[in-house]
Design a protein around this ligand. Structure first.
Ligand code: PLP
Length: 398
């Protein structure tokens, strides 16, 4: 006998993966240059040279036994200090190394934070649409229920009226993701302030904590000088799930952290529960070599000017062809309205033009698609005639 839920997760590939794999197969058939694969969020910009050099230095000069050994379960003390210092320099957040837990990326951090706060099968976790589909897996696998709350029409900020309709004493935590995958939307300071005030009120009403889990792998991928508010500065019962996957283009190295806000009620206990959850999930410790790398490169960021160029090229042209797009302020995804109600049918028609992107039904927003623009700019240039032909098929072009 096997656990049917786990069997289901393991045997059914995500829609994103399915389309990505289809793209690889198609590339083998007709040549990679003829397939426009916009399915996956793998950074197309390499890690900064400084990061590569720091890694080479570690390997050349570090003690291999230490470099590749286990660190303490919570992570290397020097790494956690470097991270806390960097956050405090940038956001004046007063975070401390003893509330940072090194993880295998934001996914490991999210899974640990959710496991730490889900206490019974009645417990609910709220996610705002559109949201990263793995939130459903992480919540269910850790014994809770995921509840979707629609974001505000048009700008995809948090809609407090809709949130209020979903709110009840079973809600343990809310997940926010800004810059957002797939919409590229950044929550404004006003949104975060209003959400914090609302949650304070609800905590007082229900007599228990409601945690805010901020999933932030795209924090550094922000355009036009916009700022992403640091949640622990606004709401005491906040946790941050951060990752170097996109910031340093190291997604396969599985490095990130979970952080408990310095003013959280019972912060020590919550932190210990997150570490316990990581232990129960079998993580042991985050990859040691990349913990040391992060310590040495804590303020580095990949060259995001390339993503900005891709964003502008895609958004401006697709809008000119008649598509309705949400102009992304951050991350590397273009969120576009499907020209027919069924986004799956639209994606199938796009495939005939060798255009591969994903329907957003699994993100909680049927009728939309996500186009990942973390690709070579030439791919976008080559794909534009296909996007135009597809728009013409739908009669969108003016
Ligand atoms: N959260 C969001 C919104 C993501 O888009 C991703 C990855 O694409 C993750 C979490 C997981 O990232 P990581 O590679 O850091 O585990």
């Amino acid at each position: 006998m096997v656990n049917e839920t786990m069997y289901d997760y393991g045997s059914r590939a995500s829609v994103i993966r399915e389309i990505f794999e289809y793209g690889k197969k198609r590339a083998a058939e007709i040549g990679a240059e003829n397939v426009f694969n916009f399915s996956i969020g793998n950074p197309s910009v390499p890690a900064p040279d400084t990061v590569t050099k720091a890694l080479e230095k570690l390997l050349a000069e570090g003690d291999p036994v230490f470099l590749h050994g286990y660190t303490s379960a919570v992570g290397d003390p020097g790494t956690r200090k470097a991270i806390a210092d960097s956050i405090n320099r940038k956001y004046n957040a007063g975070v401390t190394p003893d509330r940072i837990y090194m993880t295998c990326g934001a996914a490991g951090a999210l899974s640990s934070c959710l496991k730490a706060v889900i206490t019974s099968p009645e417990d609910e976790i709220i996610a705002f649409t559109p949201f990263f589909p793995e939130y459903t897996v992480f919540t269910h696998a850790n014994g809770g229920k995921l509840v979707q709350v629609e974001s505000r029409d048009g700008d995809f900020q948090i809609d407090l009226e809709k949130l209020d309709k979903a709110m009840n004493p079973h809600v343990q935590a809310l997940i926010v993701n800004s810059p957002n995958n797939p919409s590229g939307v950044i929550y404004t300071e006003e949104t975060i302030r209003n959400l914090a005030a609302y949650l304070e009120k609800k905590q007082a009403e229900y007599g228990h904590e409601i945690y805010l889990i901020s999933d932030e792998p795209y924090r550094e991928l922000v355009y036009d000088g916009l700022k992403v508010p640091y949640v622990t500065n606004y709401y005491d019962n906040s946790m941050v799930c951060y990752s170097y996957s996109k910031a340093l283009s190291l997604p396969g190295e599985r490095i990130g952290f979970a952080l408990v806000g310095p003013k959280m009620k019972d912060a020590g206990k919550v932190y210990a529960a997150i570490c316990g959850a990581g232990r129960a999930l079998g993580y042991v410790c985050a990859p040691s070599l990349f913990q040391f790398l992060v310590r040495d490169c804590v303020d580095e960021v990949s060259d995001i000017s390339i993503y900005k160029r891709n964003r502008d090229l895609l958004n401006e042209n697709l809008t000119a062809y008649g598509y309705t797009c949400v102009r992304p302020d951050g991350a590397f995804y273009l969120f576009m309205k499907s020209p027919e109600p069924d986004a799956n049918a639209f994606c199938e028609k796009a495939k005939k033009h060798e255009l591969l992107f994903v329907p957003c039904d699994g993100f909680g927003t049927p009728g939309y698609v996500r186009i990942s623009y973390c690709v070579q700019t030439e791919q976008i240039e080559r794909a534009l005639p296909a996007f135009k032909a597809l728009a013409e098929e739908y009669g969108l072009t003016k």
